[in-house]
Design a protein around this ligand. Sequence first.
Ligand SMILES: *[C@@H]1O[C@H](CO)[C@@H](O)[C@H](O)[C@H]1NC(C)=O
Ligand SMILES: *[C@@H]1O[C@H](CO)[C@@H](O)[C@H](O)[C@H]1NC(C)=O
Length: 159
Amino acid sequence: MASNSTILVGLLLLSLSSFHVLSVASFEFQVGGINGWVVPPENDTKIYNTWASKNRFQVGDTIRFRYKKDSVLEITEAEYKQCNSTRPHFFSNTGNTVLDLDRTGPFYFISGASGHCDRGQRMIVTVMSHDDSSGSKAASLISYGGAAVAPLALAYICF
Ligand SMILES: *[C@@H]1O[C@H](CO)[C@@H](O)[C@H](O)[C@H]1NC(C)=O
Ligand SMILES: *[C@@H]1O[C@H](CO)[C@@H](O)[C@H](O)[C@H]1NC(C)=O
């Protein structure tokens, strides 16, 4: 009897702690999937912002840009609106750029290649803190725990 409930508590703790690890682990986002960071097709110029709005970026995650004969710049919102690449905070043209999303809030990225930003090669990534997003994760954690424990507890009562 005692050992049964010990196992139950052990399983519960194990499931809680593995979820905790998952929620804290950082993630690397690959911009543009296999196509990478390129000028978007003319009929799909918002491709990067559509992608970014579907993802959940958190502090500590990284973002990777792969490209050829191009560059990636991080700039201000005002510069982003004008595709102004004259004074970037960050510039890279190595072809494989990994950036740490090391703060919350928006990051504005554009291509520095002539005309590319105007044709849609730009993206806003909004980064959240772990606290902002813990609400929904905590809720799913509790419902997961409840669902997993119920059949075990039932089995414990039956035997
Ligand atoms: C854009 O055009 C290509 C080829 O013309 C087509 O395959 C693709 O589905 C179009 N994309 C959108 C978002 O309309
Ligand atoms: C581009 O940005 C720089 C620095 O923010 C600014 O000095 C310059 O006037 C801007 N150029 C244009 C065309 O807006």
